[in-house]
Design a binder for this molecule. Structure first.
Ligand code: G4P
Length: 579
């Protein structure tokens, strides 16, 4: 079977994939022994066709600390893909840094981020899906969820600032999920830090091994370009914001005089020494180690000048993973599996408050999604069909008839979906791993208009389903504790509760340090803890108990008094570390 598949496939398949494919076809044969020969051929053809589509796709996110150059790099990638024609076409998807409480900015942000949530384009026969992540730290939770829907990431570092706070947190999520990461060190046209120091900092702070695949010649005023270690080419820098090609000279042998002629004796000597050092210090680049999330290849460039972007894109296409499967409560689902399945990782409210419909973003994991076909909404055990599923090609939204694993599509929703919901062709499994992280700020929600308590109840429920904030319910009295990563969400919530649901609320600050999810092998001890600490216990959206610890000290006390209980800062215990 494997040999036959390898022979008949017109596309590139590695041996693991051939193995997966054969087992899927064998599984199909075993379950459908009575099928006619023609039915068998048709099904096999569909499986192969799906696999071809999967191999074409790359779904990833660009992540960075605000201002490192995410918008700029995204725009340049779209320019290469021909998805946009002019620079400046991608709106800066970030809230003005000074404005912390400008509702119009919040609204603008919501509008812009629908348009730029997914940017798809074709390049070298590949379908590239870039998922946008909000740069503002108050929307970090949204970014973490988006990371569950991608197969790899490009992390941008500003060469002058090195690793920044947001970079560290984003990288923690990638590490938890074992997401393959490529690092792009940006703004090499400006004065910045020594490249070796930057690499050391990446390894120390981000706790990932790195491997430079290109190397800068000078920096800022002395920046002459990069040597592409992967291709053995010299890419010469010329500041240019619009041209998308660079001067490339092939230099196989670093000892050749041509190198001295092109960049000068001293820089050539430094480059030779530095490259020798790199070969001595860093392991050979190994794609499998990168795919396992254990090593991050590093590139240098200047996004604004279109420099190093093409080589980044081409290396990315060569080494980054095709769409991967996902874990469910009933086992792992491979993308080649013929039955459609996918999960919702983001929900966006309509900008127009008169229409309460929302867009739910679905990442397709396996099989083929088709318009106007009934699918199973697993949590509700309900059949739903979608007449206007949308795809996003740069700034344009268009209705699609079919979509494949790795694709992200928008589904119009009138309130059926929650973040993390699974859609299938009929199966009843649910995808795992859209974790909730402990919020940083907690407030109790107070109703300011007793006549509108129903509206408030519905509003807060729907907003938390959308993932704007987390809701914890405390007893007695059904008290609602709202938890967020940043202050901005509270403003978004009160604004939206009032404008979309007609409910008025106030927030009373609660001095909690963290929300801790709990696991134990000793149920009796857990029950005893819940009774003893009842005023600090609440339930999350899935009815799990959480401990709202007021201080790190009180958490430590709980750990030592109740040693059989494990406390976690994330709801996904498999990926999240114990506190
Ligand atoms: P972000 O999405 O990560 O927040 O960053 P963004 O792309 O908006 O870039 C932040 C600033 O850094 C922008 O300048 C942008 O022009 C600049 N920048 C991006 N790449 C490079 C580069 O390679 N070299 C240099 N020198 N600058 C770069 P700004 O002044 O904040 O905005 P704008 O007025 O240029 O739009």
């Amino acid at each position: 079977m494997a040999k036959l598949l390898k022979k008949t496939c017109t596309f590139d398949l590695n041996l693991t994939k051939v193995g997966v494919l054969s087992s899927i076809i064998q599984d199909y044969v075993m379950k459908n022994l009575n099928d006619t020969k023609s039915k068998f051929i048709e099904r096999t053809y569909l499986i192969m066709k799906n696999t071809e589509e999967i191999q074409k796709r790359k779904t990833f996110a660009i992540i960075s600390h605000p201002d490192a150059g995410k918008t700029t790099l995204t725009e340049k990638l779209l320019l290469f893909g021909g998805a946009i024609q002019t620079a400046g076409a991608v709106k800066n998807n970030k809230i003005k840094k000074t404005a912390t409480s400008d509702f119009m900015e919040i609204e603008k942000q919501r509008g812009i981020s629908v348009a730029t949530s997914v940017m798809a384009f074709q390049y070298n026969e590949k379908q590239i899906n870039i998922l946008d992540t909000p740069g503002h730290k108050d929307f970090a939770e949204d970014t973490y969820r988006t990371l569950t829907a991608v197969d790899s990431v490009i992390l941008i570092i500003d060469c002058a600032n090195g690793v920044e706070a947001q970079t560290k947190r984003l990288m923690e999520v990638c590490r938890m999920r074992k997401t393959p990461v490529i690092i792009f060190i940006n703004k090499m046209d400006r004065e910045g830090r020594d490249a070796f120091d930057l690499l050391d900092e990446l390894e120390d702070i981000l706790k990932i091994k790195v491997r430079p695949l290109s190397w800068p010649i000078g920096i800022g005023g002395t920046f002459q370009g990069v040597y592409n270690i992967f291709r053995k080419e010299l890419n010469l820098f010329a500041a240019n914001k619009t041209k998308i090609s660079e001067e490339v000279i092939s230099i196989e042998n670093l000892d050749s005089e041509e190198l001295d002629e092109v960049i000068g004796n001293k820089p050539a000597e430094t480059l030779r020494e530095e490259l020798e050092l790199i070969e001595g210090v860093y392991d050979e680049f190994d794609r499998d180690t990168y795919l396992a999330g254990d090593i991050a290849p590093v590139f240098f460039g200047s996004a604004i000048n279109n420099f190093g972007v093409k080589e980044l894109l081409e290396a990315f296409l060569e080494i980054s993973p095709a769409p991967r499967g996902r874990e469910t409560n009933e086992g792992f689902i491979q993308p080649e599996n013929n039955d459609f399945s996918g999960f919702i990782f983001k929900i966006h409210a309509n900008l127009d408050p008169k229409h309460r419909d929302r867009i739910a973003f679905l990442r397709i994991v396996s099989g083929k999604f088709e318009r106007n076909t009934f699918y199973n909404h697993v949590r509700l055990d309900k059949k739903l069909k979608f007449s206007n599923p949308t795809s996003f090609m740069a700034q344009d939204k268009s209705i699609i008839d079919e979509a494949f694993p790795g694709d992200v599509i928008g589904l119009y929703d009138t309130g059926s979906f929650k973040i993390g919901d699974t859609l299938t062709e009929g199966n009843t499994f649910s995808f795992k791993g859209i974790p909730s992280f402990s919020p940083e700020i907690f407030m109790e929600l107070e109703n300011k208009d007793p006549m509108k308590s129903k509206q408030l109840e519905k509003g807060i429920q729907q907003l938390t389903d959308e993932g704007v904030a987390q809701l914890f319910i405390q007893q007695p009295g059904n008290r609602k504790i709202v938890g967020t990563v940043g202050q901005l969400q509270f403003e978004v919530i009160s604004y939206r509760l009032e404008h979309e649901y007609g409910a008025k609320c106030a927030f009373v600050p609660k001095r909690y340090y963290k929300a801790c999810w709990m696991t134990t092998d000793n149920q009796a001890q857990l029950e005893q803890f819940i009774r003893a600490k009842s005023i600090y216990i609440a339930k999350d959206k899935d009815d799990n108990y959480v401990f709202l610890a007021e201080t790190p000290f009180l958490l430590q006390m709980a750990q030592s008094d109740y040693p059989a209980i494990k406390f976690h800062f994330t709801s996904d215990f498999k990926v999240g570390q114990e506190v």
